[in-house]
Write a protein that binds this ligand. Structure first.
Ligand code: FAD
Ligand code: SF4
Ligand code: SF4
Length: 489
């Protein structure tokens, strides 16, 4: 009888890929996890119990066929594993690196529920597609037949790129417009290299280019070209612009010099990692070297900021969050990584203002209006609110001052007012300012205008943007095949 290759979760322990030592990794922007060796990937994949109703799959936003690609990996059939993995996910090696697996596939693995430690789904997914790249199995879109219709996509983040890939494979002419000088959206300029190395993103962009997708970069829709002009040029338009308006701090001196936006800070650092000369980095404005850094927020953006500051050589890095560790939105895995690298978390704390003054020595951004301290109130968790979440309450008389040479605002993002910026009155938005679009197709209130990703969901996840982009591409193909309807505006 053939040997059973799977169900090894009782005899084989869960093992994640090796993590580089904190002392070493805190000095560079390279990814912190190594790749599995082939034998280890096979061994770890073999822990899967091949559930008849796989909860991992139902909790993956892309419904990836996880049990099948784990089985194929365990039996050394990697090219087939890659084909199955790529069939439902445009960027499997990116999701394998940065999905919060503990909340999605792995968090719902039955092996985890039975106390044996989840199958390491994300690490195996990354291994499969990194191997596929190495072996040359990843190919650019090569449509069997060209079509005349063209689609304009505004925004080259994961939502826009996933749609571009599907549409191009179907032979549609695709142009992607982006205001940045490189494609990738937050994959390129938000998420730091220690989570997602930049060549992993760039090789995907190059594949799309090689497959005939046209990129128009350094082009801000609304400034360099109007939304109407884009609509006039294409048979359909997809909006995938993400959310970039920063939630602001309040209180005295909240706009002092040295209080900066997380997105500016991370974009600058990522540009420097590409080898660009960035003035704000060179003049110290967006550079944490030698400084006392205070980051405000408890989500993934805050985690990326604190760990970037450590790598830039900050004197100290503190993260202020108004709830406790258990109630923070960011991934626990990232908090642990940050702590290992030397970040201090000050839970249950909330800045209510700032003091300013001159900083010595010269060169650290001296100036009378520059931030010197964050004035912090201590909090405690009170009664649960309507959503069941405990609300933070102020502990009276607990205020103290936290020294700060630079304060990074990482409180989250909101959508820009696109109908106003683009003079597009008929483009309906929700009360949160996100575009009102049909989940599953991306159709908006305007005829042949679609929207996906964060601009529809609010700040979300890469895997959801990919899902939206793929679903929307299918809807666009369906609509392009139908006779044009009268514009709905
Ligand atoms: P984006 O990736 O934001 O791309 C939008 C693109 O549109 C950008 O390139 C922008 O330049 C362009 N654009 C905007 N306006 C215009 C205009 N007017 N004209 C032309 N172009 C325009 N998710 C995870 O799953 N895992 C993580 O670890 C993770 N970490 C994160 C860390 C940070 C710091 C941040 C900010 C987010 C993180 N996220 C993470 C969330 C994730 O990055 C987003 O959910 C995802 O990128 C959304 O994709 P998108 O395509 O909708 O938009
Ligand atoms: Fe898990 Fe994300 Fe991969 Fe789905 S895409 S299997 S959620 S890592
Ligand atoms: Fe395998 Fe876990 Fe998915 Fe079950 S839930 S199929 S054990 S990965």
């Amino acid at each position: 009888m053939a040997k059973q290759p799977m169900l090894k979760f009782v005899s084989v322990e869960r093992e994640t890929p090796e993590k580089r030592d904190a002392d070493v990794r805190a000095h560079d922007f390279d990814e912190i996890y190594a790749e599995y060796a082939q034998a280890k990937a096979e061994e770890q994949a073999s822990r899967c119990s091949q559930c008849g109703v796989p909860y991992c799959q139902s909790h993956c936003p892309l419904h990836n066929n996880i049990p099948d690609w784990l089985n194929l990996t365990a039996t050394g059939r990697l090219e087939e594993a890659y084909a199955i993995s790529q069939a439902t996910n445009t960027f499997p090696e990116i999701c394998g690196r940065i999905c919060p697996q503990d909340r999605l596939c792995e968090g719902n693995c039955v092996i985890e529920q039975s106390g044996h430690g989840t199958v390491t789904i994300g690490a195996v997914e990354k291994y499969i597609t990194d191997t596929a790249w190495e072996k040359g199995w990843v190919k650019p879109p090569a449509p069997a037949q060209e079509r005349e219709e063209s689609v304009g996509i505004i925004g080259a983040g994961p939502g826009g790129l996933a749609a571009a890939d599907m549409l191009r494979r179907a032979g549609v002419q695709v142009t992607v417009y982006d205001r940045y000088d490189r494609a990738g959206g937050l994959l390129t300029y938000g998420i730091p290299g220690f989570k997602l190395e930049k060549d992993v993103v760039m090789r995907r962009v190059e594949q799309l280019e090689a497959g005939g997708v046209e990129f128009v970069l350094n082009c801000t829709v609304g400034d360099d070209i109007s939304f109407d002009a884009i609509r006039g040029k294409h048979d359909a338009v997809l909006i995938a612009t993400g959310v970039y308006k920063t939630r602001e701090l309040t209180g005295p001196n909240a706009e002092a010099e040295g209080i900066v936006r997380a997105i500016d800070y991370l974009t600058c650092s990522n540009k420097v990692s590409f080898g660009d000369e960035v003035e704000e980095y060179l003049n110290g404005e967006l550079n944490a070297k030698g400084k006392k850094v205070v980051v405000v927020g408890g989500g993934d953006t805050a985690m990326d900021c604190v760990r970037t500051a450590i790598r830039q050589g900050a004197e100290s890095v503190k993260c202020l969050y108004r709830r406790d560790r258990k109630n923070m939105p960011g991934s626990q895995r990232e908090v642990q990584n940050a702590e290992e690298e030397g970040v201090e978390f000050v839970w249950l704390s909330n800045p209510v203002g700032f003091t300013t003054g001159v900083i010595e020595p010269e060169g650290a951004g001296a100036g009378a209006g520059r931030v010197r301290q964050a004035l912090v109130q201590r909090m405690r968790l009170g009664q649960p609110d309507a959503t069941g979440r405990q609300s933070p309450e102020v502990i009276e008389g607990s205020d103290y001052a936290e020294e700060a040479d630079i304060v990074i605002k990482a409180l989250g993002f909101e959508p820009e007012d696109l109908p106003k910026l683009w003079n597009a009155d008929g483009l309906e938005v929700t009360r949160w300012g996100t575009i009102r679009a049909d989940f599953g197709t991306g159709r908006t209130s305007l005829d042949r205008v679609y929207a996906v990703g964060d601009i529809v969901r609010g700040a979300s996840l890469v895997v959801w943007a990919i899902r939206d982009g793929r679903d929307c591409a299918a809807a666009i193909l369906e609509d392009l095949a139908a006779p044009a309807s009268v514009a709905a505006e």
